[in-house]
Design a protein around this ligand. Structure first.
Ligand code: SAM
Length: 277
């Protein structure tokens, strides 16, 4: 009898709630390990998020994109602690809505946006910091797109590498780890160089694999390997031996098809420029 009364009361209350339009829908709660389009959902811990942002040197001037945003923990934490703007891309519409609710709850609607979409379709080329907690094969699929981003863009991945693109920094603490890459300027190709102080005809052939540089320099038809070449974002450094047997250290900045900088030899510094052929 009691049971019947309870049931009737529950039905009446349910009907009243439906009629008054305030039926309480329980909030969607994602489950750790639930499958997503290409990878499951697992949140990055706040501790590792902090470390990833430190590695990227993220600050208020940055625009961060989190690829596969889950519940939005990274964009929210980054906007809150670094004062930057952030966008999360999440494929699962329910999870994306849950992340949006978290953004509202954090009072960050003016700085954090969650897009329901596919990381392989959405445009994130404006990002200056990209965070990922995907899988090595997904990182590698994204790699060609990531390499066309603005030189200097920082990419930080929770746990997973980017194949043969070696990270510029890595961090391990307990069971957590993160890797960071800086997008290098594209410098491969043939360059003609000029040093107004010397009348040498110089042709530089550069090969590039990510941030690793090799090549050959030809001065007046005599070819030598480029020595100790390094590239950090758009700053290219290397050494060559001049026709006068002197050792010359070059430090230039590359911007598109222009190279500008200086060359030092035995304490004397001269300007050096270059153009891509
Ligand atoms: C391991 S979780 C990481 C979540 C969040 N970035 C973090 O670190 O806390 C990966 C997320 O990517 C989402 N995802 C999987 N494939 C995706 C795709 N193709 N486009 C957008 N999101 C995707 C999953 O739904 C999941 O929320």
């Amino acid at each position: 009898m009691n049971h019947l009364l309870t049931r009737r009361r529950a039905l009446t209350l349910g009907l009243a709630a439906t009629l008054s339009g305030c039926a309480a829908t329980p909030e969607y709660k994602p489950q750790r390990g639930q499958m997503g389009k290409d990878v499951m959902w697992l949140p990055t811990s706040e501790r590792l998020t902090e470390k990833m942002l430190q590695m990227a040197g993220a600050g208020p001037q940055d625009l961060l994109y989190d690829l596969g945003a889950g519940d939005g923990v990274i964009p929210i934490y980054a906007a809150k602690t670094r004062g930057l703007r952030a966008v999360g891309i999440e494929y699962n519409p329910k999870l994306a809505q849950h992340a949006r609710n978290n953004v509202v709850r954090a009072g960050l609607s003016d700085r954090v946006r969650i897009i329901t979409g596919d990381i392989f379709v959405e445009d994130f080329s404006q990002a200056t910091v990209v965070t990922m907690y995907l899988l090595p094969e997904l990182n590698q699929q994204l790699r060609p797109t990531l390499l066309t981003m603005k030189p200097g863009t920082r990419l930080v991945s929770n746990s997973f590498d980017m194949g043969d693109w070696e990270p510029d920094a890595s961090h391990e603490e307990g069971r957590e780890s993160a890797l960071m890459w800086v997008v290098p300027a594209p410098v491969a190709g043939r360059w003609t160089l000029n040093m107004p102080e010397r009348r040498w005809t110089m042709t530089l052939d550069l090969s590039q694999r990510y941030q690793k540089i090799g090549g050959q320099l030809s001065i007046g038809g005599v070819t030598q390997p480029v020595l100790g070449a390094s590239l950090r974002v758009d700053e290219l450094q290397w050494v060559f031996i001049g026709p006068d047997e002197g050792s010359y250290s070059v430090r230039t900045r590359v911007s598109g098809s222009e190279m500008k900088g200086e060359v030092s030899s035995y304490g004397v510094t001269h300007p050096m420029g270059g153009r891509k052929l």
